[in-house]
Design a protein around this ligand. Structure first.
Ligand code: TXA
Ligand code: MG
Length: 338
């Protein structure tokens, strides 16, 4: 196997990050680079992913290094079709039902690993389960098909930072650390996939995301379990309290904004005292899907303004509001250094 120059010095800032066009030549080149072991960021319907060949431990090690991600945090294996996905894991009838209902789409399924599956141990952080996703995005599908192997793709941001919903966000976090970025415009869903574990005859939600709980429960015909073990530690190892973190401190459920404080508004009623020059509205009409699509770009834009802190209005908890509240809570949480 040849590993070309872009992965030789991961994290050193030493490689030039090429911009690939969102056409057939661009997706073919992205697939070729990935198959060679290079790191390529590409759009999915949720957020931009940073791809690496999930079967190649050298490429996966470079990916962890480029993101500054702890290697105990396993990665999602992405493939271009449901048929490819079903080969990677052991799907119970329940898991198969969810796959058929929601793939391609903003859902990740954690299932027991298939015997002799191709995804390397480093990508799984040594676990005997595997997180699998089939994205619903024509560019992602073209790249995954061209690569011809499962691609590990965490969100294409520095570990712990706000996730990227545009190619410019990726560039500002990872320029010089990855081989290429394919710019497919802003992502449509805007928050990461919902993660469900289907390891036995229970379905547990490990991360709320772009597929709302009620749609899943409608297919299951019963409520979802929460993904917590007896010690109440989250079952998704990467679910740290502080994540998606802007540089400025963020406070939540604000009804009044202090002088000089930036405001993340939601809906037609803006918190009292908000300075229009320091205010970004996630959705003027109070539309949760629009708010999810705008979340990360708004957090980044607000963070770049000269303020003495940021405050977010409350967001309803139903539908995509569950994922929005989850991300806002983690963005506001005290920072941990890992
Ligand atoms: O929308 C998405 O899911 C995006 C796009 C790029 O596809 N990807 C993404 O990946 O959000 P990442 O790495 O940022 O988040 C993956 C999460 C982590 O919290 C990780 O701990 C969890 O999935 N995970 C991966 N494998 C797991 C496993 N076997 N069991 C439990 N959790 C797992
Ligand atoms: Mg992430």
């Amino acid at each position: 196997m040849t590993v070309n120059h872009p992965t030789q010095a991961p994290g050193s800032g030493a490689c030039e990050t090429v911009q690939l066009a969102s056409d057939a030549a661009g997706t073919a080149e992205a697939g070729r680079l990935l198959a060679q072991g290079a790191l390529v960021a590409f759009p999915t319907e949720t957020v931009y992913g940073l791809g690496a060949d999930a079967t190649n431990p050298v490429a996966v090690a470079a990916l962890y290094a480029a993101k500054g991600r702890p290697a105990f945090n396993p990665l999602i294996a992405h493939v271009g079709s449901v048929a490819e996905a079903l080969k990677l894991g052991r799907f119970s009838p329940l898991a198969r039902k969810l796959a058929e209902a929601f793939w391609p789409g903003p859902l990740t399924l954690v299932v027991p690993l298939a015997a002799d599956g191709p995804v390397c141990e480093l990508a799984r952080a040594g676990l005997q389960s595997l997180a699998i996703r089939v994205p619903d995005h024509p560019i992602a599908k073209a790249i995954l098909d061209a690569a011809g192997r499962p691609i590990a793709a965490p969100s294409a941001n520095r570990s712990g930072h706000v996730s990227p919903s545009t190619a410019a966000h990726v560039r500002s976090d990872l320029e010089g650390r990855i081989a290429a970025i394919l710019d497919g415009g802003p992502t449509s869903v805007g928050v990461e996939s919902t993660i469900l574990a289907v390891l036995d005859d229970e379905v547990a939600m490990l991360r709320p995301g772009g597929l709302a709980r009620d749609a899943i429960e409608a297919v299951l015909g019963r409520p979802l379990a929460e993904g917590r073990d007896a010690g109440s530690a989250p079952l998704a190892p990467g679910r740290l309290a502080s994540h998606y973190a802007p540089d400025h401190a963020l406070r939540l459920n604000a009804t009044r904004i202090a002088p000089g404080e930036a405001c993340l508004a939601f809906g037609p009623v803006v918190p009292k005292g908000a300075d229009p020059a320091l205010t970004i509205n996630l959705s003027q009409t109070g539309d949760l899907a629009e708010a999810a699509a705008n979340l990360y770009a708004s957090l980044r834009a607000l963070d770049a303004l000269p303020s003495n802190g940021m405050a977010a209005a409350s967001v309803p908890r139903h539908g995509l509001g569950e994922a929005l509240n989850d991300r806002l809570q983690r963005a506001a949480a005290p920072r941990v250094v890992i």
